[in-house]
Structures are given as C-alpha cells and as structure tokens.
Design a protein around this ligand. Sequence first.
Ligand code: GLC
Length: 467
Amino acid sequence: MNRLKAELDKDIRDKLDAVLEPIVLTNDAVEKIMAIFSKHMDLANSPDENHRKKSDLLMGNSFIRELLDGSEQGDFLGLDLGGTNFRVVRVSFKDGKAETTTQYYTLLESVLCGPVAGVFDFIAESLADFVGRYEMAKLHKNIPLGFIFSFPSSQVSINQSVILHWTKTLRCPDGIGDDPVALLQAAIARKAKDLPVDIVAVMSDTVSTLMAGNYLDKDCRIGLILGTGCNAAFVEHISEIDKWTGDDKDPQHVIVNVELGSFGDSGCLDQFRTEYERELDRYSNHPSSFTFEKSCAGMYLGEFVRLILTRLIKEGVLFAGQGDKLMEDRWKFTTSHVTDIESDKGHSTVKTMEVLKKFDLATIATAQDVAIVREVVEVASRRGGHWIAILMAVLVNHVALPEVTIAIDGSLFERHPKYHDSMMEVLNKFCPKSKVKLILTKDGSGQGGAFGAVSALRQAARDLHSA
Ligand code: GLC
C-alpha cells in the first residue's frame, strides 16, 4: 500500500526508502496473512485435539451467550486486570440504562513480577477500598461481580478458568495452572473477609468490550483490545463451532475469545516479520511468544519505532549519526511518544520536538531529521494498524453480516490519531461484503465485566450449559 513521503535530499531519500519499504505490508502480504489466519482459526475449531494443537490460536469458549436486552436492573461490579492498571467498575442499571463509576488502581512493578498471591491481594484490597468508598455494603446483598482477567486462560465454566501463561507486564514466578477466580476468592478471604460480592463470571477483556459495544450498537459482533496487548472476541453461531460439546438451546450463539496475540508463535508469520520485530522480541518480557501482539500492541510499538530510528542513526541518515540516549535505552521510547508525534498536524512539529527533547535531540535535529522521524513513526504506526486490521478483516468476513461494528477499547486506539484510518484502509479493501464501523468503547472492558455478570445470572436462571 502506498505511503506518504517527505521531501528530502535524494541520497537520504534513497537510504530512508531502503529501510522503510520492507516495513510496508503489500496487498499480496495482506492476502497471504488473511489465509494463514483463517487456517489457524479452522485448526483451533477442530474437534480433534491434534489439529487444535497445530493452531496458534485458542478460539476459547467464553461461556457467555446472553447479550443485554434492555431489561436490566440493579447493581453489578466489574474488576478489570489487564496490564499495569487495574480498575473497579460499578454499573447501576435502571430499565436497561447503565450508569458507570470507575476507579483506577496502579500495580507496582515489584508486585507485577512477585508471587501471584501478591497481585491478587492487591486486587482484593482495591476492591474492598471501592466497596467502602461507594458504600456498597449498604445494598444489603452480595453484588454480582464479573472478573475480567486478560491473560491467556482456558475457560472451564462461566466462572472458572485455568491460567495458561503470563503475558504483557505480568511476570509472576507462579500461578500458571491456577484458577484466577479461586485466587481472587482466596485473596478476599485473606485481605477483605466478608466482602459482599459474588464472583459470577470470569472473562477476557475482549469479551467484556464486545458486551459493552453491543450495548451501544446492536451491530457490534466483534470486541477488540488495542492497548498494552491486543486480542479480539466475536459472536459465533454454535453450529459453526466444530468442537462444541455444550447444549444447543437458545441463544444459539456464544462469544469466542480468539487469543490472537500468539498468532505467529509457530513461525507461520516469519516471512512477514522485520528485523526490528525479532530484536524487540529478544529483549521482551516473554521472548518467543506472542509474536503477533509484538507487531502492533501498545507495549511494543514505541520500541519498534526506536529500533528503526537507531538503524537510521547508525547509517548516518538521522541526527548526523548522533543520539546515544535514543540508541542505548531500550523501551524508553514508548507508544505515548509515538502517539504524541502522530498528533502533530500539518507542518506543526511542536509535539515531535517535545519528544526529541526527552532524548537530548531537540538542539541537534535539523528540519530534515524531524521530517524523517515523523515519516518513520507514521510508516511504523500504519504497519501496526494494518496488521491488526488484517485479522479483523478475516473476522468480519467470517461474521458475514451486511453491517459489522467492531468495539475497541485500549489506550493505543484511544490515543493514536491515525490508527482508525489505517485500519479502515485494510477493512474497506478486504471486506467487500460488509460495511465496517470501528467504535471506541472507552472503559468498555471494565463496564462489560459487569455486563458479563448480568449474563451469568441470566444464564444460570435459564440453566444454559455451554461446555
Ligand atoms: C494479551 C492477553 C489477552 C488479552 C490481551 C489484551 O494478549 O493474552 O488475553 O485479551 O492481552 O489485553
């Protein structure tokens, strides 16, 4: 796909192009990646375990089959553990209309890489703080709670799951194989005994975002997270799930959590990966895993850009070969720097200069350097937007409805001024049969946790078993 180019000296232009051209995903690459992703979806869907093992995807049953219908009443809680931030959300329904209160709590780095019990103690204490702050004990009944646990897990029932790996910022030495709901219950017993809550559902943030999106727009069939990590869920017909072993009562659909961050872990994307993605992976928290996520999520985009800039400095294309601070400090160039630079409109370079100042480059940067930095950031961001949109195109074509809304939560999508448009470039071209809309459901993943709790209670009342 074509890209915008700044006017530069011919020699510099040629060198820059030689670095940036391989980063652009061609239409041919898009088609090939779509085909590989479809194949992995089919494998993950197979009733044969040996086939499923060959897929990079989980395509997990979320056990959530009921979407909201507008008749909801009362109070529900959502607990959202995703990366660095942890949030507690209260949703009060009046005749189906949701009013939401959100409180953020920040997990310290020492807790994120310490024993898993420490993480859950923090959650239990924060939950107790929230319940106390909003005087929820006065409700005189246990409040149904949906726990959004956004790490790869294999779901056993609507409120039971098994942790498969840690990803993103979490690096606990233990916890794999445990049930996050049991861990939370144990932490509540330790730190906040008699807390008036019932954990009725556990789900991925993609599932809760879908629920929140569907509350706003009934054409919403896909929930996507583009934040620290990235992943998606979609509404699937039970008849399409070859590995389905649950009942076939109404509703005849269920939300499927794709766990697409690990797409490429088998090596199937190697021919499309750049040297920067490989290097970034080597120095990441979890090397050789979550290949796809490392190509487009917020935790990695800044580092991806920094590695390209480093190469250009080394080749003498940028900053006359200077820029030690930028070249040496891995992970210090963050995705916020990327979104800041992308926020500069037209000829303005105010934001870009602010970022360069942080790396002691503002005084040495020429107008040409600034133009190059902006172009690199744009090309790299656009690649990220295209990557995720390729997988979304497959999901949209799979859902196969004339209008499909994708609900998106996460700081990357929220703050990046051009991700939406980059994604639409791919979706418009590769989803010929559907009109696709992308909506931001800010804080939707937390709110949707409470919505998931509503579904759990409704399903329990209807006795749906979706194993
Ligand atoms: C990571 C997790 C996934 C989650 C996503 C977005 O990819 O493995 O479960 O949905 O991040 O938070």
